[in-house]
Design a protein around this ligand. Structure first.
Ligand code: MG
Length: 269
């Protein structure tokens, strides 16, 4: 029995109130743009083989500009920056590793490279053009370079093999001797490229996966230095087993394994 203001109520029934709960759609203050992925590709041994045109142009340059009859064979080329290679060669052959000598080397090298490229028998590696086309068609992958080549050397090589037009940005071997520094420069260039595009659309970049594709242990190491995933491809001097030592995300015989590479751009779970 309920006592209410001096009255006794034998029966008191609360009215049944049915509330309809309207669940609002998930509303965020701004629409989140789809993630944009970044793919950074090495050149020599990954995109193309040049018949050792770069090596030959190096040797010619050292001979004609610095009087070095025979280039030291112990200096490693694969996976290293042009600047690091040249500085090692300068030191080995007693040439002052100065900025002036580096610039002199680059001028002469670039003048010789195009001629040597035409004289040597090289090729675009299997699956490269199909992969670039597949990534480009997606519309959510920015494709750039991560190479030890100096910028104009990269341009000469890729123009010769009809691939230069695929790339909008990159990190190059003009200034850096450490590949990890080139990787950082390539990632910064990629972000600047994407932000430039997004700025035109009035929205911010939602960054997705960053994937580095290369043919040496050095490519794997520099991918890790920028927090990127890595596809190692055995079309250079290293076998798949050699490359697996560096623990890439995947190692493939050639870039014809397009599905495996494209799958790297799926968001991590
Ligand atoms: Mg390479």
């Amino acid at each position: 029995m309920l006592q209410l203001s001096g009255y006794q109520l034998e029966h008191f029934e609360l009215p049944v109130v049915r509330l309809s709960v309207v669940r609002p759609a998930l509303c965020l203050p701004f629409p989140v743009p789809s993630p944009m992925h970044i793919c950074l590709l090495d050149i020599d041994g990954t995109l193309i083989l040049t018949g050792s045109a770069g090596h030959a142009a190096f040797a010619e340059t050292l001979a004609h500009e610095f009087g070095i009859a025979e280039m030291n064979g112990d200096v490693q080329f694969a996976g290293r920056s042009d600047r690091a290679i040249v500085m090692d060669l300068f030191r080995h052959h007693g040439v002052e590793p100065s900025v002036g000598n580096w610039q002199r080397f680059c001028r002469s090298y670039l003048g010789r490279l195009r001629r040597v490229l035409a004289a040597r028998k090289g090729r675009v590696l299997p699956g490269v053009e199909q992969l670039l086309s597949a990534l480009s068609t997606r519309g959510d992958v920015a494709i750039g370079l991560l190479t030890g080549n100096i910028r104009d050397g990269a341009r000469h090589k890729l123009t010769h093999y009809g691939l230069w037009h695929w790339f909008s940005f990159g990190g190059f071997g003009d200034e850096h001797t450490e590949r990890c520094d080139i990787a950082a420069a390539a990632l910064a260039a990629a972000k600047a490229h994407l932000n430039g595009n997004q700025h035109l659309n009035g929205s911010q970049v939602n960054l997705g996966e960053v994937v580095v594709i290369g043919d040496t242990i050095h490519d794997i190491r520099c991918a890790r230095s920028i927090g990127a995933r890595c596809v190692a491809v055995a079309t250079g001097h290293s076998s798949v087993d050699d490359l697996r030592v560096g623990e890439p995300d995947i190692a493939v015989e050639t870039l014809e394994d397009i599905d495996a590479v494209v799958a790297m751009f799926a968001s991590r779970g």
